[in-house]
Ligand binder design. Structure first.
Ligand SMILES: [Zn+2]
Length: 434
């Protein structure tokens, strides 16, 4: 059984990562499942077809989104080129203007940016700014920066960044903006390139009188659609079809990948484990509902799939006995780690007892940057499954072209699917209504 499932896991992984339409940008040599892209549609179609074939009642509710393409940027001062990259989901531009350099929020508060290109670097550019319409978490100083920029209307923004140590450290330089709702064109570059460019700012205009920056960014937003895939078994209706009082366990794996990354571990790994689980539950007929969701948007600026799923479940969260989220579960190094959030004691005991029977599955640290947050903000107990070495992944691999098939061990996905099957069968005995 295990060998059969491992072979299936490897095939699914290949189809979700390597066998998907040519990616953008060219640096990502395998696949691309960014929300709304062709590869994203291939992935959701594959998921829907597979879970339906295992007897799940399956829907793929659509949402609108924007896809994005770019053909680089040219930034020059008097013919001297500087290396810059269009910020993902930014508008393009073709502008010529003096440069103003801003390093702190205080400087931004008082600066006059009209008719200028503004460079953000240093303290103000140490972490990626949350997208302006991001619904779940958005610190006040991020919102203030966005507000000031939108009020002061510079011609364009150049962000000089290093590593985002609060976020994903492997992306260098990182885009300060990744926001399809923010309409000031922006590019980003390394700190070093930023230092070189800053010598041409208006502060040194006496030396470089009359010099303007030319910035041509060839980036385009493309109207697109995407969908979640919601598959149910053991319970009647979809949320969209009206109330269903029966209890259910909900399992998420986000099916989208970060722009520019093949997303093998993040999160084809979790998606494949759900596909294996769906097959293991092909004969399931318990009274406890099981809902499997290919969530489309965890790595996209506005989380469209998450917002849609929340809306479909409004007023019905009490039905959810347990929410389970699989993200980054297949890293070939280390064990698979699970963590529990707000689980009642008897449920926590049951989970620990079931999982301790599966080798390679250990209880790990709590983490909150995943879709299990959707259960927590709605006061439902949650179980998250990820790689034990998540910190190592985040520092070097996650969201980069390095997140390739080669770093994922299909056997780990089989372990997770078998452990979840056992857990769900026990939960069905314990929690289904008579
Ligand atoms: Zn992820």
């Amino acid at each position: 059984m295990s060998t059969f499932l491992q072979r299936k896991a490897a095939t699914y992984l290949y189809r979700l990562c390597a066998d998907i339409p040519a990616p953008w940008p060219a640096g990502a040599v395998q696949g691309g499942r960014r929300v709304g892209s062709d590869g994203n549609h291939v992935a959701t179609d594959l998921f829907a077809a597979a879970v339906s074939s295992f007897g799940f009642d399956t829907q793929s509710p659509p949402f609108d989104c924007v896809d994005w393409s770019n053909d680089g940027a040219d930034l020059t001062v008097s013919g001297t080129p500087f290396e810059a990259f269009p910020s993902p989901y930014s508008l393009g531009c073709d502008v010529h203007a003096p440069l103003v350099v801003i390093s702190t929020l205080a400087e931004l508060e008082t600066a006059d940016l009209s008719g200028r290109i503004v460079m953000l670097r240093g303290e103000i550019a140490t972490e990626q700014l949350m997208p302006k319409n991001f619904p779940f978490y958005n610190p006040a100083h991020h919102r203030r920066i966005i507000y000031l920029l939108e009020t002061k209307q510079p011609q364009a923004i150049v962000a000089a960044t290093s590593r985002d140590l609060q976020g994903v450290g492997g992306v260098y330089p990182f885009p300060l903006f990744e926001d399809g709702d923010f309409n000031i064109p922006s590019v980003y570059m390394t700190e070093e390139e930023g230092n070189r460019l800053a010598e041409h700012s208006t502060a040194t205009a006496a030396v470089l009188r009359g010099q303007e920056i030319s910035l041509h960014s060839r980036a385009h937003r493309i109207p697109a659609t995407g969908c979640n895939v919601i598959a149910r078994k053991g319970c009647g209706k979809h949320p969209a079809q009206g109330s269903d009082p029966r209890r259910r366990v909900v399992l998420f794996a986000h099916i989208d990948a970060r722009i520019g990354s093949p997303g093998a571990n993040d999160n084809a790994s979790g998606v494949v484990a759900l596909l294996l689980l769906a097959e293991l539950l092909a004969d399931y007929s318990g009274r406890l509902g099981i809902e499997i969701v290919a969530m489309n948007g965890e790595d996209y600026f506005s989380n469209p799939g998450e917002q849609q799923w929340i809306a479909l479940n409004a007023g019905r969260f009490d039905e959810i006995v347990l929410g389970i989220n699989l993200d980054d579960i297949g890293y070939r190094k280390g064990s698979v780690a699970y963590s529990l959030y707000d689980c009642p004691a008897d449920m926590a005991n049951l989970i620990r007892r079931q999982f301790s029977a599966h080798r390679g599955l250990v209880e790990g640290e709590l983490w909150y940057q995943g879709d299990h947050g959707l259960f927590l903000i709605n006061q439902r107990p949650a179980l998250a499954i990820t790689s034990e070495l998540l910190a190592e992944l985040m520092a070097d691999i996650t969201h980069t072209p390095k997140d390739r098939l080669e770093i994922v061990d299909p056997a780990k996905l089989v372990t997770v699917a078998l452990a979840l099957r056992d857990l769900l069968l026990h939960l069905a005995q314990k929690y289904s209504l008579a």
